[in-house]
Design a protein around this ligand. Structure first.
Ligand SMILES: Nc1ncnc2c1ncn2[C@@H]1O[C@H](COP(=O)(O)OP(=O)(O)OP(=O)(O)O)[C@@H](O)[C@H]1O
Length: 319
């Protein structure tokens, strides 16, 4: 890692993206910073907008609004500067099934490196990382889900990225392969100082792997903090502190009071809520706040990451 480079690698500023024929935007005025050398878990249920966000970042689809800065420099719509230093491991396996693992590595390394020596070195590194043994020379069509995922990861690393985007890289694989992938990612960060954005809907992966967590739902970031902070705050079950952009109206306070067990206010903008046992989901509270023309600036929550997610979104992570 270059110490002279800014601490914030990526700065996403008010990104919005709608797909045609969809009533709601897939990404809704989303702002997020990614710090260098961190593994950031982007945690959200199916349809939350994780893949769309990575596609916008990599320039695979344009954003409707908003800007992205890489190392303090604004990116143009092609995202060329980002693509030059980033690797994407897509959610859907992007390999040629009729080619062997080795042939896939050779094909993708050939697209990236003109120098034959470098190409060979990167292929060897990829083969080592995927750890496929004799299967390396068998067609990918015969691989298990875990073997395909491992090769998919190795291909994503062939360009020696500084920044790695992983889109649900462990979906549908056995626990052993999952551990293998998590272990490799940890190792890459240790050895190369890689910055990783890891999308998942598995809470336990975030807890096991990530330094920071950003919870995404309906295209919005509901919480972004260091994992340790999120977990430490999770200890006082059912407690939530909201900081509003503007003073809460009397009618809003009454509605929030009705929706939660207790409500106290340090000042007209800071609200401490204790949820009822069954719990009004945070999405309900946010809707009340929005309806009142107000907005949440900051949110601290006390619960496990699992119940934290439930309360933030009103839904379970797993369908
Ligand atoms: N190419 C597309 N065309 C139209 N709508 C899309 C497209 N890609 C995603 N969407 C929609 O955008 C929303 C967000 O989807 P996205 O795939 O980004 O979420 P996700 O968090 O990655 O979910 P998953 O875990 O299921 O992949 C969904 O409503 C989805 O149907």
């Amino acid at each position: 890692m270059n110490d002279k480079q800014p601490e914030v690698v990526l700065n996403l500023d008010h990104i919005t993206k709608s797909w045609p024929d969809k009533a709601e935007p897939a990404i809704d005025d989303l702002s997020l910073t990614i710090r260098r050398g961190r593994i950031v878990g982007l945690l959200g249920p199916n349809g939350a907008g994780k893949t769309t966000l990575l596609s916008v970042l990599m320039g695979l689809t344009p954003a409707d609004h908003g800007t992205i800065q890489l190392n303090g420099q604004k990116l143009d719509r092609t995202r060329q500067a980002l693509r030059a230093i980033a690797g994407l491991v897509p959610q859907h396996i992007a390999l040629y099934p009729s080619l062997s693992g080795r042939e896939n590595l050779a094909f993708f390394a050939g697209l990236l490196w003109a120098d034959a020596g470098k190409r060979r070195a990167m292929m060897d590194q990829g083969a080592q990382l995927a750890d496929l043994g004799e299967n390396l020379d068998r067609p990918v069509a015969h691989y298990s889900g875990g073997q395909k995922r491992r090769l998919n990861l190795a291909v994503g690393l062939l360009g020696e990225p500084e920044l790695l985007f992983l889109d649900e890289p462990t979906v549908g694989i056995d626990p052993q392969s999952r551990n293998f992938i998590l272990e490799r990612i940890r190792q890459l960060r240790e050895e190369r100082g890689l910055t990783v954005v890891y999308t998942t809907h598995y809470m336990e992966e975030v807890e096991a792997l990530c330094d920071d967590v950003a919870i995404i739902d309906r295209g919005r970031i509901l919480l972004h903090s260091e994992l340790a902070t999120a977990l430490a705050e999770a200890r006082g079950v059912g407690q939530m502190r909201l900081r509003l952009a503007g003073p809460a109206s009397a009618s809003l306070l009454a509605e929030l009071q009705a929706a939660t067990a207790t409500l106290s206010t340090a000042d007209s903008r800071q609200l401490d809520l204790c949820l009822k046992e069954a719990g009004a989901p945070l999405s309900t509270l946010l809707a009340l706040i929005e309806k009142d023309g107000n907005r949440v600036e900051d949110l601290r929550y006390g619960a496990s990451l699992e119940s934290l997610f439930l309360s933030l979104t009103g839904r379970a992570l797993r369908d």
